[in-house]
Design a protein around this ligand. Structure first.
Ligand code: IPM
Ligand code: MG
Length: 293
């Protein structure tokens, strides 16, 4: 087959990660007789330096014209340490997620025997750990209305979800659970948040269509603890945008390195593949992204 792949290197260790991924893709292409062509686009701090914006429209056009997107990382300390910056590298990845409608973000958590010494959890608690996080990626607090008072004395970020946004990813998560150990855990904060109560209600309704799936409901604070205490209890973890961001970094520790956790964001047409980590500027150019991130 012939496929066009957009390559968005971004910042820090981003270009190193995509470079190695392309080597893998080329090996696959050679072995199985495929043709992959690569089409670069600017994103993140790199794009800001060169064009003034974190997501130039050419980058969106390139992605829309390709079959898949390979994304490195975005982020730079000069923006992290400047809360007043109005143009930020992260706007690049958030913008592309929205533009390609990448609402389900899938992050598998597996263990690697060769990296076990890097995992802080007792080996006996790690046997059989294999779960997958379905993180909603285009809604919630990330994309809600933002406001900072003119005098800078207060700020707010709105978290909102529609039933449809919850339904479409939930069905995918349930269907995936059917192919696995048939267990789904919804992670929310339904004891406090209205949006979480909507998630819980919607998932409870959908669960009736998937009688073969055992469904658990877990508050996110407890889930954060359970991922460390008893990670093998999880199979498919379904959650909203912000909680998914936090628990996926936490879960990556189980595999021994944040650098080992992959992430697929699936759109209606073009999917985007990336590592879950950020740009890790301290390691940029050292070729150590895999192990130390
Ligand atoms: C991730 C990253 C991003 C996120 C950042 C870079 C905006 O942390 O993909 O998990 O928060 O979603
Ligand atoms: Mg993250």
């Amino acid at each position: 087959m012939k496929k066009k792949i957009a390559v968005l290197n971004g910042d820090g260790i981003g270009p190193e990660v995509t470079k190695q991924s392309i080597r893998v893709l080329d090996a696959v292409a050679e072995r199985f007789g495929h043709t992959f062509t690569y089409h670069e686009g600017l994103i993140g701090a790199d794009a800001i330096d060169k064009t003034g914006t974190a997501l130039p429209s050419e980058t969106i056009d390139t992605c829309l014209d390709c079959d898949a997107v390979l994304f490195g990382a975005v982020g730079h300390p000069k923006y992290d340490n400047d809360p007043n910056a109005t143009v930020r590298p992260e706007q690049g990845i958030l913008g592309i997620r929205k533009a390609l409608q990448l609402f389900p973000n899938i992050r598998p958590v597996t263990t690697y025997p060769t990296l076990q010494h890097l995992c802080p959890i007792k080996p006996k608690n790690m046997e059989g750990v294999d779960f997958i996080i379905f993180r909603e990626l285009t809604g919630g607090i990330y994309f809600g209305k933002k406001h900072t008072a003119e005098d800078g004395s207060s700020a707010s970020d709105e978290c909102s979800y529609t039933k449809e946004e919850i339904e479409r990813i939930s069905h995918l998560a349930f269907q995936y659970a059917q192919k696995r150990k048939k267990k789904l855990t919804l992670v929310d904060k339904a004891n406090v948040l209205d949006t979480s109560r909507l998630w819980r209600k919607t998932v409870q309704q959908i669960a009736t269509e998937y009688a073969d799936i055992k469904v658990d409901y877990m508050f996110v604070d407890n889930a954060a603890m359970q991922i460390i205490l008893n990670p093998k209890q999880f199979d498919v973890v379904l959650t909203e945008n912000m909680f998914g961001d936090i628990i996926s970094d936490e879960a990556s520790v189980l595999s021994g390195s944040l650098g080992m956790l992959p992430s697929a964001s699936v759109g209606n047409k073009t999917a985007l593949f990336e590592p879950i980590h950020g740009s890790y500027p301290q390691a940029a150019g050292k070729d150590i992204a895999n192990i130390l991130v």
